[in-house]
Write a protein that binds this ligand. Structure first.
Ligand code: ZN
Length: 176
C-alpha cells in the first residue's frame, strides 16, 4: 500500500516555510537509515514538538529526504478533515495518525513508520483500513497504548519511542 497517491485531507498552511528545529537533522539521519531497512523508501517519520510534531512530507523518498521535505503539523480538525501545518510540502497522509499517538500517549516522542510487513512476533491490528483514514489512525493509536511496536494489518509497521533513538533502534532489532 503506497501513500504517494496523496493525502485524504486538506492542509491549511499557517506558514509556508521550512520548520525550524534542532532535531530535524536527527530525523533526517533516521530517514536514511530506515531507507535501508524498510521495504522500499516510502514511509513516514516524526518527532514531537511543542505544538504537535514534525513529520516527513507526502511522497518523500526517505533515502533522499532533505530539510525541505519536513513539515510541522500543529493541529487536525476531524470534522473538516483539515490539517494545520507549517512547511513547504504537504504533510504525509498519515500525519494525523502520528498526531493522534502523541495526543494519546504522553511518553511517546517519536513515531517511525515503514511498509515492511514480514516481522515475526509483533502485535497486529484486527482490521485492515485504507491509508489516511480516521479508522486506521484510531486502530493504530488504540493498539499503541499497549505496545511500542506494532503492525497495521496489511499496511506496515509503527515503531514508537521515548526518543528517536529508541524508535529507530527498535526497528533495526526487529527487522534484522
Ligand atoms: Zn503507510
Amino acid at each position: 500500500m503506497e501513500e504517494d497517491t496523496g493525502p485524504k485531507f486538506t492542509t491549511s498552511f499557517l506558514k509556508k516555510e521550512v520548520p525550524k528545529s534542532d532535531q530535524a537533522k536527527e530525523l533526517l539521519n533516521w530517514c536514511y537509515v530506515l531507507a535501508k531497512y524498510n521495504e522500499g523508501t516510502s514511509g513516514n517519520l516524526s518527532f514531537r514538538t511543542e505544538n504537535g510534531c514534525i513529520i516527513t512530507g507526502t511522497g518523500t523518498d526517505l533515502g533522499k529526504a532533505t530539510i525541505y521535505d519536513l513539515v510541522e503539523v500543529t493541529g487536525f480538525n476531524e470534522e473538516k478533515k483539515e490539517i494545520q501545518a507549517k512547511g513547504i510540502k504537504e504533510p504525509s497522509s498519515e500525519a494525523f495518525l502520528h498526531l493522534k499517538i502523541y495526543q494519546k500517549i504522553g511518553k511517546i516522542n517519536a513515531v517511525f513508520h515503514g511498509h515492511t510487513l514480514d516481522i515475526p512476533n509483533v502485535p497486529v491490528t484486527d482490521k485492515e483500513y485504507p491509508y489516511g483514514t480516521l479508522e486506521l489512525a484510531d486502530s493504530v493509536a488504540d493498539l499503541a497504548e499497549k505496545t511500542n511496536f506494532l503492525i497495521a494489518k496489511n499496511h506496515g509497521f509503527f515503531s514508537l519511542g521515548r526518543t528517536m533513538d529508541d524508535a529507530g533502534k527498535q526497528i533495526i532489532n526487529k527487522i534484522n
